[in-house]
Design a protein around this ligand. Structure first.
Ligand code: NAD
Length: 346
């Protein structure tokens, strides 16, 4: 396979590329615009591998996509590239629409053109020799849950933030390219990820970094928002599973059966690092903040045989250790534009 991974310099994409190169002999072409969230330090261990190529560029750039498909004979697309942070989507929605929706559409069009997909193979249940487009999506497309219930693949789409609305739109385009043109696709919808190389605007690395620097820990609202957490490596294994076993046109939810309140996570990190709860500072809640997400992962576990391998306790311990052992990685990020953003938000 010649796999075009987009957004591969970000958190999940970089973990995915390292995982895939350690397991397979596939060629991986990483197309990433290197926005504030893209970081080549995430990939420095594999930068010189023969099977790996990095291209700086935009998924919205059709000419570049065309060249890449021709030059590398791309058989597979795994689309991680996105503007991914809800708070930023509230401040500046437009770039979310451009990258997440129009960028995805550009990728779909170029894949359709190069794979010579004809409308009449629409109902084929077979993928042609690994030819596949995987859209990496999120459980946030389903909106929020009350205190019980779970998101299944049949739950109505009801996004509440500009970020999740843009991801939902992209999912619908991916679905439409399958229905209309027969493009071989899968959509994965995963819960919150944590693990190495996550940008410190997201809850877990933000809190770890602030605890290590004795800074206040900004907790939105009452901190009782519930999220289902999955270690990034388990997400990578799930995408690998969908890539190899996913049935044509299907959506797969991915989740770790690991519901935690945000405030529980903050306390756990404080505890693990031996610091006091006085650092916790409650700040005004995010507008439209979803109260609870929880994934029903029955379909992927029963049909494709994937199960999460980490318990949350193991995963969070390992993650905290990673940030303790990689302070240079963090310092490189927080010494740049990051502080301007941080001071504006909190
Ligand atoms: P991230 O913000 O860490 O990385 C996104 C990457 O995309 C960055 O490297 C960035 O430079 C790149 N990028 C942005 N715009 C681009 C463009 N126009 N062209 C090319 N590259 C561009 O995000 P992440 O947390 O790694 O998430 C990856 C994907 O997984 C996203 O699509 C996100 O919606 C989805 N997802 C994330 C989570 C999570 O908990 N982080 C959960 C479920 C799904």
């Amino acid at each position: 396979m010649n796999i075009l991974v987009t957004g591969g310099a970000g958190f999940i994409g970089s973990n995915f590329i390292k995982y895939m190169l350690s397991k397979y002999d596939y060629n991986i072409i990483n197309l990433d615009l290197l926005t504030y969230a893209g970081n080549l330090n995430n990939l420095k261990d594999i930068a010189d591998f023969d099977k790996y190529t990095f291209i700086k560029g935009d998924i919205y750039d059709r000419k570049l996509l065309d060249e890449l498909f021709n030059k590398h004979n791309i058989t597979t697309v795994i689309n991680f590239a996105a503007e991914s942070h809800v708070d930023r989507s509230i401040e500046e929605p437009e770039i979310f629409l451009k990258t997440n929706i129009l960028g995805t559409q550009a990728l779909l069009d170029i894949a359709k053109k190069h794979w010579k997909i004809e409308p009449d193979n629409k109902y084929s249940r077979e993928f042609k020799q690994g030819v596949k487009f995987i859209q990496v999506s999120t459980d946030e497309v389903y909106g929020a849950l009350g205190s019980d219930g779970y998101f299944t693949e049949d739950t109505n789409l009801a996004p509440n933030s500009p970020y999740s609305a843009s991801k939902t739109s992209a999912d619908l385009l991916v679905r439409a390219y399958h229905e209309t043109f027969g493009l071989p696709i899968n959509i994965t919808r995963c819960s919150n990820n944590y693990g190495p190389c996550q940008f410190p605007e997201k809850l877990i690395p933000l809190m770890i970094n602030n605890v290590l620097n004795n800074k206040d820990l900004p907790v939105y609202g009452d901190g009782n928002q519930v999220r289902d957490w999955l270690h990034v490596r388990d997400h990578c294994i799930a995408i690998d599973t969908v890539l190899h076993k996913g049935k044509m046109g299907e959506v797969y939810n991915i989740g770790g059966n690991n519901e935690k309140r945000n405030i529980e996570i903050v306390r756990l990190i404080l505890n693990a690092l031996g610091k006091e709860e006085e650092l916790i500072t409650y700040v005004a809640d995010r507008p439209g903040h979803d109260r609870r997400y929880a994934i029903d992962n029955t379909k992927i576990t029963k049909e494709l045989g994937w199960i999460p391998s980490y318990t949350f306790e193991e995963g969070i311990k390992e993650t905290i250790e990673w940030y303790l052992n990689n302070k240079d990685w963090m310092n490189d990020i927080v010494s740049g534009d990051y502080m301007k953003y941080y001071n504006k938000m909190y």
